[in-house]
Design a protein around this ligand. Structure first.
Ligand SMILES: *Cc1c(COP(=O)(O)O)cnc(C)c1O
Length: 364
């Protein structure tokens, strides 16, 4: 059996360090807003080449606090890709604003800058560019449009820790970025965790207060804030894992390179790595018109698969109030109908990767 994903090879390498991290926090007896969180924030800001990092409870909250931090809310519109995980749209909804969907480029799965401008109205306040599957959107093009219309650009970087665009790190490509450290992400905690990364000092201060009950000073509340903080245990675990992230991403990359070279089934479309950057392959997304058959074929051979994501947001029950009919976003709908995520994880053996390649190439 080849799982779709597993942490096992990573966790084996750091087991002793993770246990020591637990021991240190446990013995210290300080669990929220302490030294581990501050140290991780500094290390992760440095890793992203950004000035500030604020640890929060999860990736959804990271995006929500950025929007609230910029004063985006009721009556405002925020542009989001039509083919993202629902959290991107939920952050906009929770802030009180309305998500406005823009289709992706099919080849890269990231938002198509050429389709953004026609969706901008007087109500538009920001664009959320999702660095989907581990690859950056075409940020220079997006930022150009945003500048022209006075909009904020926010990265949803939940799937792209360590990825680059024109030599610059994801997380430092726009006004602010939201990261998730959900266990399955390339940099994952042992529970829920997230962070906001930015160079904007004012936003950083506001996000820090918003995530801590709106408090900038103990029992002094300037906003009606949230309770969404990165706890000491998760921060300590993340510090151990961050030190290994580049190496683990390189391991994923090796598998992806083989897939790109050796999968040669004409029924299958492989993902494109854009010239402008590096891909960290959070997800290796292939497409096949007979996706469900291919999935069944692979599963029967003991190969785990997944689909990101089977129903586009505008067709989800949760967003029926937007009253967007099927057929409105044909590219997102096509991706949902044909995308298949195949196994890719650090520590995947040559033999395992070879079996995945062989099975896909055998599908007729
Ligand atoms: C995982 C993810 C999120 C949300 O992160 P959580 O930590 O699960 O809240 C947001 N956007 C994208 C694209 C994601 O993949």
């Amino acid at each position: 059996m080849i799982p779709f994903s597993t942490f096992e090879p990573m966790h084996k390498e750091v087991a002793a360090e993770m246990q020591a991290a637990f021991q240190k926090v446990f013995e210290k007896g300080w669990f929220i807003q302490g030294e581990e969180c501050s140290a991780f924030e500094k290390e992760y800001a440095d890793y992203c080449n950004a000035k500030y990092c604020i640890g929060v409870g999860n990736g959804l909250d990271a995006l929500l606090l950025i929007l609230r931090g910029y004063g985006i809310g009721k009556g405002d519109e925020v542009i989001v890709p039509s083919n993202t995980f629902i959290a991107t749209a939920l952050a906009v909804t929770y802030a009180g604003a309305t998500p406005v969907f823009v289709e992706p480029r099919l080849r890269s799965y990231t938002i198509d800058p050429e389709l953004i401008e026609e969706k901008i109205t007087e109500r538009t306040k920001a664009i959320i560019a999702v660095q989907l599957y581990g690859q950056a959107s075409d940020m220079d093009e997006i930022c150009k449009i945003a500048k022209k219309h006075g909009l904020k650009v926010i990265e949803d970087a939940a799937q792209a820790h360590g990825s680059t665009y024109k030599g610059r790190k994801v997380g430092s490509l726009a006004d602010a970025a939201g990261f998730s450290f959900y266990p399955g992400k390339n940099l994952g905690a042992l529970g829920d965790a997230g962070a906001v990364v930015t160079d904007d000092e004012e936003l950083a201060k506001k996000v820090r207060a918003l995530g801590n009950y709106g408090s900038d000073y103990k029992y002094h509340h300037i906003y009606q804030g949230h309770n969404t903080r990165l706890d000491e245990l998760q921060a300590a675990f993340l510090r151990v894992k961050l030190a290994n992230l580049d190496r683990w991403n390189a391991g994923r990359h090796q598998v992806a390179e083989r897939y790109l070279k050796e999968i040669s089934n004409p029924l299958v479309t492989l993902p494109t790595v854009e010239e402008y950057g590096t891909h960290v392959f959070h997800i290796f997304a292939i497409r096949c018109d007979r996706r469900d058959e291919l999935e069944k074929f692979l599963n029967e051979k003991g190969i785990g698969t997944n689909c990101h994501y089977p129903i586009p947001i505008h067709m989800q029950e949760a967003y029926k109030d937007l009253q967007i009919p099927q057929g409105t976003y044909p590219i997102a709908e096509q991706i949902s109908a044909t995308e298949l995520s195949i196994p890719l994880y650090y520590g995947m053996t040559d033999e395992e990767a070879g079996r995945v390649i062989k099975a896909i190439n055998e599908f007729r």
